[in-house]
Design a binder for this molecule. Structure first.
Ligand SMILES: CN1c2c(nc(N)[nH]c2=O)NC[C@@H]1CNc1ccc(C(=O)N[C@@H](CCC(=O)N[C@@H](CCC(=O)N[C@@H](CCC(=O)O)C(=O)O)C(=O)O)C(=O)O)cc1
Ligand code: HCS
Ligand code: ZN
Length: 775
């Protein structure tokens, strides 16, 4: 029986990689320093996994930006528009790689970035591979080989990790009509085979091929692709031990397909789906190794050793120990690095800390499970087991978790809680009378640049360098400047800028009871961007208003409407580590009731437009379509609970980014927000089609400015996008706004882009006026 890991967080326990990348992008450090910082992270990770006693340690789980982009880069799936970075500018390959992720707008080039979207149901985002009909693949980057050699040189024979060929293609997008990306498998596979042969020549033993799509609904063509690809790999590289990994879901109807593939090992997620073990054990061939995903890679609760041991024992009845692996449910990429970095008892007290395990502790849990299995009677094992049971029962019995008043409020929820007073057709008239907004009303999504300065103030407040008063004065100044500037450039609906928020979820988590938060529990969200998800451990209440002060302050500075800005219940749930002792729906209802109170307070204070962001509503969709309806019903209901306590004349906005809407449009419509703003620009308004086809009745703000790239779009580009939107949605329903909040941008580009955006709306208003005059 061997222990292994599917992947370790690569940001570094002190976000070293984030800091080095951002310094390199800003031209503050040379490439060499960035490479050094990256190597240090890799080496530290290998060493700590080795020291924990892990048998198979992953390599190529490191990434400068994203593992899907790495795969595209490895197989040379590099869109033509980036080649000039090498051919014309003679830049290093890593600059080309970063340009694919972030766009490139300097040295006389202006190249847009590749699309980015959610990695399954996580808050991690990957770069979407682009494929053309005549797509050509070749071994372009040797990263996987280099990192294997690097670890070997340090005395660690790693298990290289590659995104499997079928999942790689399925994660991508056709950039031309007339073909399906899965048809490219024949051209792609030789590159994989080349890599596997090269790894074999380097004496690699196990190679991990991630095929998460095996835990999703597959059509016949996709199933055949799996069969063909893995037969071909077996035929051409018989000496490599292929470990096929699935995670986030159960194999279900794909079990036979997976069990029949000629691979050496199969990894299954037994945290999300422990019930699948029986079926798997009855189907898996005797000579295929089974990897038991027992330690939760997606949450931070300590492993319950007794439960895991039961699953191991069950597997042992059908499989010899030398055909069993023990590991985490999925890559530990989604866990914070190290609980030992949490030294501040004010954010994470010792009791709550004793319930938790982060990536480093999870690696130890994996090795302990092996010890407990193979050496079950030793005093050391008994002590480990007892200690674990004490932590598990301390959480189950804790009086800090249950609040009868919250449970009563949830039990009393009725359909009336999720119903606005009147239908949209009536509300919109009242809102128009109240707000007097022009055609193509302009707004932003909420946040303005979180500059180094703003973050420094917060860090100084935490360290006691600034008093609360001094900190508030600085935030007030930033808010006042933002309000004045928005008025000057002519935006119609203003925002306060969210300067006081560290993060749109953490900020609320810090103010709600039932939440704990960390000092250093960073998890990669995309590229160098990280989040510190709060930990929901108990029933949720709102002891005091959370946003009133800053919203009222901003509104007091202007006659234009300022939008109240809240994060919605589904997003707070989805972007937190959630308690595992009650259904997610119930936790979400508790949060919805807290947000509902906040909405009521804002309305009472004279705020007439309130935005309840739900960017994670789509992300929360179960991976299997059969489970969608149940989820969407309670998720939409929770949004509505939070939004429905207001008068008809109060305009409720919601916002979603990185979402496809085609297949959930009825539920989006059921949210019944008066206005929805969506991310649209990278897809050139494609995402809007769903709303057009549905004859979506409420108002929409399709994003015209890609905020994930420093690139400033031209006014013409924005006009073209609005015109595209006009072709799909009646113009009186349209708003003009960026794709998402501007917290990650610098002021210079933000100012320029928003000025152009307001002017684009003005140009279109003139056009419409001229059309009307001509009629
Ligand atoms: C909109 N998105 C969000 C998602 N998830 C969230 N939880 N939040 C989101 O906004 N998912 C989807 C999208 C895209 N994802 C992201 C994720 C993360 C960011 C982002 O900007 N992250 C920041 C960190 C934000 C934060 O928590 N800031 C804190 C701490 C700041 C800090 O680093 N302080 C320094 C000290 C400062 C100094 O002295 O210079 C330190 O501690 O060392 C804060 O502001 O207080 C990031 O930088 O990664 C965006 C989109
Ligand atoms: N109001 C948030 C939404 C991000 S999804 C922001 O503007 O950053
Ligand atoms: Zn957004």
């Amino acid at each position: 029986m061997l222990t292994h890991n599917l992947g370790y967080p690569r940001i570094g326990s002190k976000r070293q990689l984030k800091k080095a990348c951002e310094a390199y992008w800003a031209g503050k450090i040379p490439l060499n320093d960035l490479q050094k910082a990256a190597a240090e992270v890799r080496i530290t990770n290998w060493k700590l996994q080795k020291d924990a006693g892990l048998d198979l340690i992953p390599s190529n789980d490191f990434s400068f930006y994203d593992q899907v982009l790495d795969m595209a880069f490895t197989v040379g799936a590099i869109p033509d528009r980036y080649h000039e970075i090498l051919t014309k500018l003679n830049k290093p390959e890593l600059d080309l790689y970063f340009a694919m992720a972030r766009g490139y707008q300097k040295d006389g080039l202006d190249i847009i970035a590749m699309e980015m979207t959610k990695w399954f149901d996580t808050n991690y985002h990957y770069i979407v591979p682009e494929f053309t009909r005549e797509q050509h693949f070749k071994l372009f980057s040797t990263k996987v080989l280099d990192e294997f050699k690097e670890a070997k040189h340090l005395g660690v024979l790693t298990k290289p990790v590659l995104l499997g060929p079928v999942s790689f293609l399925l994660l991508g997008k056709e950039k031309e009509n007339g073909f399906h990306r899965i048809d490219l498998l024949k051209q792609l596979l030789p590159v994989y085979i080349d890599i596997l042969k090269k790894l074999e020549a380097l004496n690699a033993n196990w190679v991990q091929l991630d095929e998460p799509f095996l835990a999703m609904d597959l059509d016949q063509k996709e199933k055949e692709a799996f069969v063909w690809a893995y037969k071909e790999i077996k035929k051409q590289v018989p000496g490599v031990k292929t470990l096929l990994t699935t995670y986030f879901g159960a194999l279900e109807d794909n079990l036979e397909l997976a069990a029949d593939l000629p691979v050496c090992g199969l990894h299954v997620d037994l945290v999300r789906h422990p019930e699948q073990l029986d079926a798997i054990l009855s189907k898996i061939p005797g000579n295929m190794t089974l990897s038991l995903g027992l330690v939760d890679g997606r949450n931070i609760w300590k492993n319950d050793y007794q439960s895991s041991l039961q699953l191991i024992k069950k597997a042992q009845k059908k499989k010899d120990d030398d055909r069993l692996l023990i590991g985490p449910s999925c890559s530990l990429l989604h866990s914070p690095c190290d609980l030992e970095e949490e030294t501040n008892e004010n954010s994470l007290d010792t009791t709550i800390k004793s319930w938790l395990a982060f990536a480093r502790q999870k690696v130890t849990e994996i090795t302990v499970l092996k010890t407990l299995t193979l050496d079950s009677d030793s005093p050391q094992s008994n002590a480990l087991l007892e200690e674990n049971q004490a932590a598990i029962s301390s959480k189950a019995d804790s009086s800090r978790i249950h609040k009868p008043s919250v449970q009563e409020a949830v039990a009393k929820l009725s359909p009336a809680h999720s119903q606005r007073q009147s239908p949209f057709s009536k509300r919109t008239k009242l809102q128009n009378e109240h707000l007097h907004l022009p055609l193509f009303a302009t707004t932003t999504i909420g946040s303005f640049p979180q500059t180094k300065e703003v973050r420094q103030w917060r860090s100084q407040l935490k360290r006691g360098v600034l008093t609360e008063n001094q900190y508030n004065e600085r935030i007030k100044e930033a808010t006042a400047k933002a309000i004045q500037w928005q008025e000057e450039i002519g935006l119609d609906v203003l925002v306060h800028g969210e300067f006081e928020r560290n993060d749109m979820v953490e900020y609320f988590g810090e103010q709600l009871e039932g939440f704990a938060f960390t000092q250093n529990g960073w998890v990669q969200s995309y590229g160098s961007r990280c989040v510190k998800p709060p930990i929901i451990y108990g029933d949720v209440t709102r002891p005091a208003s959370m946003t009133m002060f800053w919203t009222q302050y901003a509104q007091s500075l202007t006659d234009r409407p300022v939008k109240g800005m809240l994060t919605g219940p589904v997003t707070i749930l989805q972007w937190s580590f959630v308690r595992n002792d009650q259904p997610r729906k119930v936790t979400c209802q508790q949060i919805a009731l807290a947000i509902r109170e906040e909405v009521k307070d804002l309305e009472k204070a004279g705020i007439h437009i309130i935005q309840i962001d739900e960017p994670a509503l789509r992300e929360g969709l179960p991976l299997r379509q059969a489970d969608w309806d149940h989820y969407l019903r309670w998720a939409v209901e929770c949004f509505r609970i939070s939004a429905s306590a207001v008068a008809d004349s109060t305009q409720i906005h919601t916002h979603m980014c990185y979402s496809e809407f085609n297949d959930i449009i009825t539920h989006i419509a059921a949210m019944d927000a008066d206005v929805i703003t969506i991310e649209c620009s990278r897809s050139q308004m494609e995402l809007l089609d769903a709303f057009g086809q549905f004859n979506y009745p409420n108002e929409i703000g399709p994003g015209v400015y890609d905020i994930h790239s420093p690139r400033v779009p031209s006014i013409e580009e924005m006009i073209t996008l609005i015109q595209k939107a006009k072709a799909v949605i009646p113009q009186n329903q349209l708003w003009v706004n960026p794709d998402c909040g501007l917290k990650t941008r610098a002021w210079e580009e933000t100012e320029e882009a928003l000025k152009r955006m307001v002017n684009a709306a003005k140009v279109l208003r003139k056009e419409v006026a001229a059309e009307l005059a001509a009629q």
